[in-house]
Design a protein around this ligand. Structure first.
Ligand code: G3H
Ligand code: 13P
Ligand code: ZN
Length: 311
């Protein structure tokens, strides 16, 4: 199967009451771990590259790695730009064969966000690609953006119809209490997503696919392995998986996960090197990181996304 856009994926996910996982890719073993899990469970999957990933691995390498995944499986795979900062990076990715891009102008004033997102949507649609935009601001850290907790803003449901109508984008990322990174909530807190805002947004945009960023759940298994093998991670709490599952049953069609894969990769490598301090062949220890990446994606498909057998 060739690379696909997210159009069909989202249509089926919306009506089927599940979401498609969008996992960040930075190297070959991450691509392989994700795709092997999705393939075994016959799940569609979105592989997404951030500006940081494109800088680290080079866009051409990432594209070829994803093409190799497409060549070796039969599941639908979309290649998506994560957090495109401006028109130029979105254009470059669309021209380079990405089937989907995110334009993230969420930190700009409403009218400016509309203007930039519409420009990207017009260009993308001409070329057969699709566009995700964002309204509201998530707290947390990405390579390109750092948003302090007190600057994060929930999405205002009163703005979503006008935004989607005026921009023509294909999906909308909203802020309902998820955040980027592994340190989302202080230990001892009881994280609650604003599912009421999600319900209100879905009412205003019937049938329209909603996206959740910052949706790692920070599985304690991997935090523990890292810390028991020489790591020094502070206590971290992520998004409760049952709340994400609830969101996936409704209008949420795409759920973004990166930090959990980073934890899995690091846990596998640390565990391997501590057990075999004499090993210096990267194939040995990175392979163990890949095992945990695969395990995590497997668990997400079953426990969070509900996308098994939907390929
Ligand atoms: O949302 C951000 C993703 O986790 C990508 O992170 O910008 O460090 O590659 P990055
Ligand atoms: P996490 O940091 O929660 O994995 O979120 C990733 C993300 O939203 C990528 O766009
Ligand atoms: Zn994100």
């Amino acid at each position: 199967m060739a690379l696909v856009t997210t159009t069909e994926m989202f249509k089926k996910a919306y009506t089927g009451g599940y979401a498609v996982g969008a996992f960040n890719v930075n190297n070959m073993e991450i691509v392989q771990g994700i795709v092997e899990a999705a393939d075994e469970l016959h799940s569609p999957v979105i592989l997404q590259a951030s500006a940081g990933a494109r800088k680290y691995a080079k866009a051409a390498y990432l594209k070829k790695l994803v093409e190799a995944a497409v060549d070796t499986t039969n599941i639908p795979i979309a290649l998506h730009l994560d957090h495109g900062a401006d028109f130029d990076i979105c254009k470059e990715c669309i021209d380079g064969g990405f089937t989907s891009v995110m334009i993230d102008a969420s930190s700009k004033p409403f009218e400016e966000n509309i203007e930039i997102s519409k420009r990207v949507a017009d260009y993308a649609h001409d070329k057969g690609a699709v566009v995700e935009a964002e309204l509201g601001t998530l707290a947390g850290i990405e390579d390109a953006v750092q948003v302090a907790d007190d600057k994060a803003m929930f999405t205002d449901p009163d703005q979503v119809e006008e935004f989607v109508k005026k921009t023509g984008v294909d999906s909308l990322a909203i802020a309902i209490g998820t955040s980027h990174g592994a340190y989302k909530f202080k230990p001892g807190t009881d994280p609650k997503l604003r599912l009421d805002i999600l319900a209100e947004v879905s009412k205003r945009l019937p049938g329209f696919p909603i996206v959740l960023h910052g949706s790692s759940s920070v599985p304690q298994k991997y935090v523990k392995i890292i810390n028991e093998h020489g790591g020094a991670l502070a206590d971290a709490i992520g998004i409760p998986e049952e709340q994400l599952r609830e969101a996936a049953k409704g209008a949420v069609c795409k759920i973004n996960i990166d930090s959990d894969l980073r934890l899995g990769m690091t846990a596998g490598i640390r565990e391997h090197l501590q057990a075999h301090p004499d090993h210096f062949d990267p194939r040995q220890y990175i392979a163990d990181g890949r095992v945990y990446v695969k395990e995590i994606v497997h668990d997400k498909i079953i426990n969070v996304l509900g996308s098994e057998n939907k390929a």
